[in-house]
Design a protein. Structure first.
Length: 592
């Protein structure tokens, strides 16, 4: 066998011919011995400068900026990224107020670590409604190949995975994620980790991670212990054990002591930028309130529902559940006949034949059958045609949304829905349709959480929430960093209804539309501790016997708002409130 192999190889050896080119070696040897001549000096200088330009001149410089394409970060975002890199070693709480671009800051930090070769495997945990938005922004703005987690194999095979907390922490995903080592973990809406006893906190605490970013506009809401828990999750031991933290820094749940020392500790792990700081500029917002007069049939329905609700409220000592259903009924009748119809039908089904309410409810249902027009929808159509540009319409109720979609379709207006309950893919599809094809997006309250609509600058409040913070959250979908146009806000309200008084409270008495969200949420948070604002407004509507009495009660609510607003303003220079400590620790000037 060996002989046969050799025979087969011999012909191949005979075909190989080796040639050596010796002239270049002789020329090189001659130049070395003679000291030249070498290549042209200009070519050498260009090559030298090319290599020099590619070198990193300073470790503190951001190397990722040349890889960002169209994105131009704001100065405060760049400053935040540099601080996290150079001072906090990749573990930080990004606590900017709403709308200042915490996602951009996190993207900058992540990209910089990836460019430097320090991060490859990344897990990003966000609310389910924001998964696709995060994926899109990381891909389009930062060139980071992030994927939305859909299949179990993606945890291991994909380097940058975006998933919801609920998906990641449940079986069979939990075991897979726990067995992986992550170079960086990013958690959006991190205030949901404030309680050590929750499964979310335990899950994030047990993840193996080198760098960690926690994003939240409200790192503490009701108790300084929440802040301690977040920081301990990020950097265990930073604030000592809980008993020593309480002894050194806490007087009461919401009242710190040794503020300067606490600020110094917080500044090592947390960055907070505020809307009132210099260098952050927003386009203007123009608010137009549009009063509407209901048709006689619509007014009869409103009066009938209001009398029914008022009678049940006054005659019965209603429990909390009944109270909430009555509030819902009163709010729905201000939205549309379609919204209140479903609730009335459900109430009718629940009442017994002997109940005196049964006949009253059916009478109201019959009133609805006789209504042939919708005053609000007609005005909305008029506004959409007048604006002749993209418009987002917010309503609180699914039935009102369906009616509007059909009404707009009948009038040849291309509109798409956006609501809670849609899966991630469908929400993303609706957003693409709105961006590229449809003129109108009709969104419910749940559907409006977390979406960015900077490409749209017109918004119609088809019905108004009774909570001012929810109105501001709606506006924040369009009036945020990245908006290039002034924002137009149209508020529809029906005269002779509770809606008219709600708008009066929001716009005239507390000037909500002129306030910044960082101030508004603090005030409303404290008002809620004295009692639910929605319940207060409902009782006002039920117990007042005349428009004059309603106005007097509204004045009382606005006086309470103004009083709390003054308290908040006074606390800032004193440094006595926990939010003041947060703002000062963030390293930005505090101005209200």
């Amino acid at each position: 066998m060996r002989h046969e192999q050799q025979e087969n190889i011999r012909p191949i050896h005979r075909q190989l011919q080796m040639h050596f080119e010796r002239e270049s070696f002789a020329e090189l040897d001659q130049r070395v011995r003679g000291g030249g001549p070498w290549d042209d000096w200009t070519l050498y200088q260009l090559a030298y400068e090319s290599e020099e330009a590619g070198l990193i001149s300073s470790f503190d410089e951001m190397q990722c900026l040349v890889h960002l394409g169209q994105l131009e970060p704001m100065p405060h975002q760049l400053e935040t990224a540099k601080r996290v890199l150079n001072e906090m070693r990749g573990r930080a709480i990004l606590a900017d107020e709403v709308g200042l671009g915490k996602t951009i800051e996190a993207g900058l930090i992540l990209k910089e670590y990836m460019v430097r070769g320090l991060v490859r495997k990344v897990l990003i945990l966000v609310p389910a409604s924001l998964v696709l938005q995060w994926v899109r922004e990381l891909n389009s703005k930062f060139g980071i190949a992030a994927v939305a987690q859909k299949k179990a194999y993606m945890w291991q095979q994909s380097d940058v995975v975006v998933a919801s907390m609920d998906t990641a922490k449940r079986d069979p995903h939990r075991d897979i994620v726990m067995n992986l080592e992550y170079d960086m973990l990013i958690v959006d809406e991190a205030h949901k980790l404030k309680n050590k006893k929750t499964t979310n906190y335990t899950f994030v605490n047990e993840l193996r991670k080198k760098y960690c970013l926690l994003l939240t506009a409200t790192p503490v809401q009701n108790d300084l212990k929440e802040l301690y828990n977040l920081i301990t999750l990020l950097k265990p031991g930073q604030l000592g054990i809980q008993s020593s933290f309480t002894t050194n820094y806490v007087v009461g749940k919401r009242t710190p002591k040794n503020e300067m020392m606490l600020q110094e500790e917080l500044s090592k792990v947390m960055i907070r930028n505020r809307r009132g700081d210099g260098g952050v500029h927003y386009t203007k917002r123009f608010v137009k309130n549009i009063p509407l007069t209901l048709s006689p049939d619509e007014q009869a329905l409103y009066d009938g529902v209001t009398n029914f609700v008022r009678t049940r409220y006054k005659e019965n000592s209603v429990d909390l559940t009944s109270m909430l259903s009555l509030i819902t009924l009163q709010r729905e009748v201000c939205s549309s006949r379609d919204a209140v119809f479903l609730t009335l039908v459900n109430l009718f089904k629940k009442t017994t034949e002997e109940s005196p309410d049964r006949a009253k409810i059916w009478e109201l249902v019959e009133l609805i059958r006789g209504i042939k027009a919708n005053t609000k929808a007609e005005k909305t159509m008029e506004l959409v045609q007048e604006i002749n540009d993209k418009v987002i319409i917010f309503t609180e109720y699914r039935a009102s949304q369906e009616y509007l979609l059909n009404y707009l379709k009948e009038h040849k207006i291309v509109a798409v829905p956006y609501r809670g309950g849609m899966n991630r893919g469908k929400k993303d599809w609706m957003m693409d349709l709105f961006r590229n094809r449809a003129q109108v997006l009709v969104a419910t309250e749940a559907g409006g959480e977390g979406i960015n609509l900077q490409f749209c600058h017109n918004m119609i409040n088809f019905d108004l929430p009774w909570n001012p913070m929810r109105v501001e959250q709606r506006i924040g979908r369009v009036h945020r960093l990245g908006q290039q146009h002034d924002v137009n806000i149209y508020n529809l309200s029906t005269t002779g209804t509770i809606e008219e008084h709600i708008l009066s409270l929001l716009h005239e008495k507390i000037n909500m539309f002129e306030m910044v969200i960082g101030e508004l949420d603090t005030i409303l948070e404290r008002m809620e501790k004295k009692g639910s604002l929605e319940s207060s407004l409902f009782r006002m509507a039920m117990e007042a016997n005349s428009p004059e009495e309603i106005r007097r009660k509204l004045d009382e609510i606005s006086d309470s708002f103004t009083e709390i607003q003054s308290e908040v303003a006074e606390e800032v220079p004193k440094g006595g409130a926990f939010r003041t400590v947060l703002d000062a620790a963030g390293g930005r000037s505090v101005e209200l």
